[in-house]
Design a protein around this ligand. Structure first.
Ligand SMILES: Cc1cc2nc3c(=O)[nH]c(=O)nc-3n(C[C@H](O)[C@H](O)[C@H](O)COP(=O)(O)OP(=O)(O)OC[C@H]3O[C@@H](n4cnc5c(N)ncnc54)[C@H](O)[C@@H]3O)c2cc1C
Length: 457
């Protein structure tokens, strides 16, 4: 094994929306930053065929900007996004070209002087006197010991915090009942206009479960008006197919995400109950199951779904999408009551407002509830157990219901950006993240375009 030791101000582990924003923000605020990522590209779930959800609230007001908006602006410059569109179901939808975003992310990270280590997985975390002394990162026969002043966990599952022995919960009330993962795929040669004609003739296809709150107008006319849409529906057909034993997935609706490429849609449809996405054995089982489920699903859609007669599988994304695993204890935890009431905390570092969106791990359906914009306190990014550890992403200190809303990628970027600035301020002032001057942090974020109040449409 080749060995090396490297020193940084801030080490961010995991280059998803949370980790990337943290790395960019920390570097732009003067910190020497290393970003460690297990894949050969950056982006995490930003590059697996999903739409960006969460820029607008239920009334169409803007709630998310900062780095999250900077990326959409960069995509727009390349004609690689349809921009934001209000949606009666998801509040807003922002479709974009995922391959272009991969390139943009590398460019932004290089411009900000973020050092990167790809194909590298965190192997061990060495805690001394309540602080991480170093972490061991492994890849291709190398063991690299990284010594940093602050560590930011952006791994989604909180692998660093887990290895550091921090307290965490899984599922509502720590029940372990997790939202199921999904393996995303893309199909080409689809004529969505045929499906829109079909649902116009049979609107019952768009009636969703009783637990799904959706505003009027989520119908054929809405889908036809712009390619910038995500369709969740066809429950009637899915129920009939399931009853006949012809549906290979245990879910009650089709979810297609329209692509920026004509005739192509991304499918968010496989579902794997009882899987813990932070367990390597479960992950292995689910990846295999999902890869074998996808061709059956495509065949089923070709046979029954109007517009999908010629559908052709063109891509299976490189890893299973994991919705929910560990959530770690922070110096503050954001709870369901706060987001239902739309509390704007004095120590908010930005806003969330995406619907409560819980995919039932045991059943077939989804709980969807509209909520007002809410503030995200700085303390959700700061570990309660390890003094120099912060969170950027869905492993932050959010209860399970809050996580179901805040997990959308633009909101993850808001949390990541705040963690990055907080880390840089802690380094600059030689203090712990918990002692950062939060009003000064908020001012810094506002100067960088982050919204602390919604902008009315
Ligand atoms: C199926 C599915 C559908 C979704 N739909 C939407 C949607 O439509 N719109 C939306 O905005 N959001 C959606 N979400 C939510 C969103 O994608 C995630 O909540 C969000 O990406 C979490 O951000 P993150 O930065 O915490 O983690 P991730 O995006 O998961 O990124 C984590 C990164 O860390 C890396 N990593 C993990 N472990 C290690 C390790 N040990 N060492 C090194 N690197 C590591 C990973 O490779 C990855 O790059 C969906 C999620 C899923 C699973």
């Amino acid at each position: 094994m080749n060995k090396q030791t490297r020193k940084y101000d801030v080490c961010v582990i995991g280059a998803g929306p949370g980790g990337i924003s943290a790395a960019l923000a920390a570097a732009r605020n003067g910190a020497k930053v290393l970003l460690v990522e297990q894949n050969g590209y950056v982006g995490g779930n930003l590059v697996i065929g999903l739409p960006l959800l969460g820029y607008l609230d239920k009334d169409g007001n803007t709630v998310t900007a900062g780095i999250a908006q900077e990326l959409v602006d960069a995509l727009a410059e390349r004609n690689a996004t349809f921009g934001h569109r209000w949606c009666p179901m998801h509040n807003s939808v922002t479709l974009y070209d995922h391959e272009q975003l991969k390139i943009i992310l590398f460019e932004k990270l290089l411009e900000a002087n973020v050092e990167m280590l790809l194909h590298a997985n965190v192997g061990d975390v060495n805690v001394e006197c309540g602080k991480i002394k170093d972490i061991t990162v492994c890849g291709k026969g190398w063991q690299i010991d990284v010594e940093a002043k602050i560590y930011i966990d952006g791994t989604g599952d909180g692998d660093v915090a887990y290895l550091a022995g921090c307290r965490y919960e899984k599922g509502p009330d720590n029940s372990g009942k997790l939202q199921p993962p999904t393996l995303m795929c893309t199909v080409a040669d689809v004529d969505v206009s045929k499906l829109h004609d079909f649902i116009e003739k049979d609107p019952e296809q768009m009636v969703l479960s009783e637990t799904t709150e959706v505003y009027p107008g989520y119908d054929a006319d809405y889908f036809r008006a712009s390619p910038n849409h995500v369709l969740v529906g066809m429950r009637k057909m899915f129920t009939e197919l399931r009853e006949k034993g012809e549906l290979p997935v245990a879910r009650d609706t089709l979810i297609y995400i329209n692509s920026v490429v004509d005739g192509e849609v991304h499918l968010n449809c496989t579902r794997h109950a009882g899987i813990d996405g932070s367990d390597v054995f479960d992950l292995t089982r689910a990846e295999i199951e999902a890869h074998l489920q996808i061709p059956k699903l495509v065949e089923c859609l070709r046979k029954h779904m109007p517009g999908f007669e010629n559908a052709r599988l063109t891509q299976i994304y490189p890893f299973l999408g994991v919705r929910e695993t560990r959530r770690f204890a922070g110096i503050k935890t954001l709870c369901e009551k706060d987001i239902l009431e739309g509390t704007l905390h004095e120590d908010s570092i930005g806003l969330g407002s995406y619907i409560i969106d819980i995919h039932d791990g045991a059943g077939l359906s989804t709980i969807v509830k509209k909520i007002p914009p809410y503030g995200i306190p700085y303390g959700v990014t700061v570990s309660r157990d390890v003094d120099n550890l912060m969170f950027a992403g869905r492993c932050a200190s959010l209860d399970s219901v809050v996580m179901s809303s805040a997990r959308v990628m633009p909101t993850m970027m808001v949390i990541g950006q705040a963690a990055g600035v907080g880390a840089a301020m802690a380094v600059k002032n030689d203090i712990l993240p918990a002692d950062v001057d939060v009003p000064a942090l908020r001012e810094n974020l506002i100067q960088a375009g982050v919204l602390m109040e919604a902008i009315k449409k």
